[in-house]
Design a protein around this ligand. Structure first.
Ligand SMILES: CC(C)(COP(=O)(O)OP(=O)(O)OC[C@H]1O[C@@H](n2cnc3c(N)ncnc32)[C@H](O)[C@@H]1OP(=O)(O)O)[C@@H](O)C(=O)NCCC(=O)NCCS
Length: 174
């Protein structure tokens, strides 16, 4: 069964192994974080930084699991819980060997429940490269709607690239 749970330092080895196995598959769609991001030590540092963001309430990173086996990750980034803006941005990946069987669709559904439930957010944003059809399908299946094209929005694979922005609103929003 697909589930999400907060990332822990002990996930570093599994995540690094999946990232090495799927390096060519992941690299075109994510920031270039260098060689360290394919090693357990490097991933451990990334996890430590994400735990600091969680303690500060500004971001929450989850491992995606299938029957307790790590198969990917999903993060609620840039969490703002203010009086006039309550939003976060999703980022996610799934191991190459696990792709195409609904893992990301289910993980986004579960992360949306966290965002709109325990975090009380009113809006979730996600951004994709214009040709990332797989990611756009995942978002559409979770009620995200396109809201525009943001020029040079994120530095992906070493280049500042245009992104399509999507959002979904909390149905309980008044
Ligand atoms: C995008 C990603 C998270 C999707 O994960 P996933 O678990 O395979 O997603 P799902 O199985 O829930 O759905 C993906 C859908 O896209 C389809 N798809 C996969 N590759 C595709 C492609 N190249 N072109 C068109 N559709 C594609 C799948 O067939 C599936 O649709 P279907 O169920 O109608 O067949 C995964 O491919 C990934 O990690 N990619 C690299 C990192 C990335 O792009 N992250 C998102 C950044 S915005």
């Amino acid at each position: 069964m697909i589930a999400i749970r907060p990332v822990v330092p002990g996930d570093a080895e599994a995540v690094a192994a999946l990232r090495r196995e799927g390096r060519d598959y992941l690299a075109p769609w994510e920031p270039d974080r260098g060689e360290a991001s394919y090693t357990a030590a490097g991933v451990r540092e990334t996890i430590a930084a994400s735990l600091e963001r969680a303690a500060a309430g500004t971001g929450f990173s989850y491992s995606i699991t299938d029957d307790d086996r790590v198969v990917g990750g999903i993060a609620l980034n840039t969490v703002v819980r203010g009086p006039y803006f309550r939003s976060c941005s999703f980022g996610y990946w799934v191991a190459r060997s696990e792709a195409g069987r609904g893992v990301a669709t289910e993980a986004v559904r579960l992360a949306k429940a966290v965002a709109f439930g325990e975090l009380g957010l009113l809006r979730v944003q996600a951004e994709t490269l214009p040709h990332n059809t797989a990611s756009q399908k995942v978002l559409a299946r979770n009620g995200f709607e396109p809201i525009g094209l943001a020029p040079a929005y994120l530095k992906i694979a070493g280049k500042w690239q245009d992104h399509l922005l999507f959002q979904v609103l909390n149905p309980a929003m008044d």
